[in-house]
Design a protein around this ligand. Structure first.
Ligand code: NAD
Ligand code: MG
Length: 386
């Protein structure tokens, strides 16, 4: 039996992972499941998978979790340190699907113990790509991409030589506002931004899709994951969300990965890698679909993309500042303290200020990453208040 853990198991990616594991329950020995405030669901999952340990990230949820699991034999714990401890428990495979920078330390712990790290938490690569890759490399851990675009690139690269790669194109649906006139974007509300035309995801990543901050994060994720320079990475708007990414080679060939917008494909690929197994996803009927369309991803409509390129070119701890500023800008937008287009303004102000202070060129240690994360959050709060 394969020992597995799921971090963020009550979220959108977590539930899809749970679904695949539960369908084949006898094949897995579930060590740890972690969640946040959705304690009832966490307890249900822990019982259904017969997990050894269930952890809520929040101490004020512990009593509820204890009650929900009393008599079940499932060990319970709470808090950030308990989530990190759970990530140190030996497994063969772990899903990192906590949302935000909170996924960084658990991801590092999984890499340290040498497990296969299925990485949905793109924030950890954006904040601390080099650190995470070095930790994995030094401990015989393998990082497998779960973000659909990166899984698509990873699959298109099987058997290929990286020297032959001219460019990587990741697609974007364009989010909720792809057909809105640019000057109307300023008035967009959190409710409008939290609906996605094609994918069913958590609230934060859905809003990030509308602002293209999600794609901006994914450009940086591509840069980190595949060690490609910024000039070789492009974003392309593809409203149907059926092609997830394309890899362009030096002989002019483009290898496209086509599939339904169902994260269970990318999760399942990472779960069974290096093999392919049957997965319960829709089989596309291309004759019925008829046409696939594309539009440029323009920087004037999506300033987040331009900022991501600057972050890749500057390097150092810029990714950590970018992610933290973006997370806070998103909090302020959700709380209606700033408008939709102000999110990019806030992030740009934070980066410009920290770059001008030379505050992002220290070594990439965990302490430095966490310090920059805290600094950028404060700067974002100040910028949002202006
Ligand atoms: P979600 O909001 O649906 O779920 C997040 C999970 O993290 C939940 O289990 C929640 O309880 C937990 N959590 C929240 N705050 C936490 C904290 N401070 N400490 C510990 N746990 C906490 O998010 P999601 O959409 O499943 O996304 C998860 C990650 O996967 C993100 O990094 C996202 O960018 C990435 N991702 C998601 C999708 C998707 O289709 N949803 C696709 C690609 C990548
Ligand atoms: Mg994606």
């Amino acid at each position: 039996m394969r020992r597995i853990s799921i971090f963020g198991s009550t979220g959108s990616i977590g539930e899809s992972t749970f679904d695949l594991i539960q369908r084949d329950g006898d094949a897995y020995d579930v060590i740890a499941l972690t969640g946040g405030r959705n304690v009832a669901r966490l307890a249900e999952q822990a019982k259904a998978l017969n997990a050894q340990l269930a952890v809520t990230a929040f101490d004020d949820c512990l009593d509820e979790l204890k009650d929900a699991l009393s008599g079940s034999g499932v060990e319970v714990a709470s808090g950030t340190a308990a989530v990190a401890e759970a990530a140190s428990r030996p497994v063969d495979w772990a899903m990192s699907a906590i949302v935000g920078a909170a996924g960084l330390v658990p991801g590092l712990r999984i890499a340290e113990q040498g497990a296969m790290l299925a990485l949905a938490n793109k924030e950890s690569l954006v904040c601390a790509g080099r650190l995470l890759k070095q930790t994995a490399g030094g401990n015989a851990s393998r990082i497998l991409p779960v973000d659909s675009e990166h899984s698509a690139v990873f699959q298109a690269l099987v058997g290929e030589d990286m020297d032959a790669v001219e460019r990587v194109i990741i697609t974007a649906s364009g989010g909720a506002f792809r057909d809105w006139p640019i000057d109307k974007l300023r008035e967009a509300t959190p409710e409008q931004a939290a609906t996605h035309p094609n994918w069913n995801m958590g609230q934060r990543i859905t809003i990030d899709s509308a602002s293209m901050f999600n794609k901006a994060m994914e450009l940086i994720e591509t840069h980190e994951f595949f060690d490609l320079p910024a000039v070789k990475i492009e974003a392309l708007v593809h409203p149907e969300s059926l092609i997830h990414a394309l890899v362009g080679f030096n002989d002019g060939a483009l290898m496209a990965h086509v599939g339904p917008p169902d994260m269970r494909h990318a999760i399942g690929y990472a779960l069974h890698w290096p093999r392919r197994r049957d997965l319960p996803v829709e089989r596309l009927d291309l004759a019925r679909i008829g046409a696939l369309t594309f539009r440029p991803a323009c920087d004037d409509r999506y300033p987040a993309l331009r900022l991501a390129r600057e972050v890749m070119e500057t390097g150092g701890l810029s990714g950590a500042a970018f992610n933290a500023a973006k997370e806070r800008a998103l909090d302020h937008f959700i709380a209606r303290r700033i408008g939709f287009t102000d999110m990019a303004v806030v992030v740009e102000r934070v980066l410009t200020r920290l770059w001008s202070q030379d505050a992002l060129s220290q070594d990439m240690t965990l302490d430095n990453v966490l310090a920059v994360d805290a600094l950028a959050r404060n700067e974002a709060d100040a910028a949002a208040a202006r």
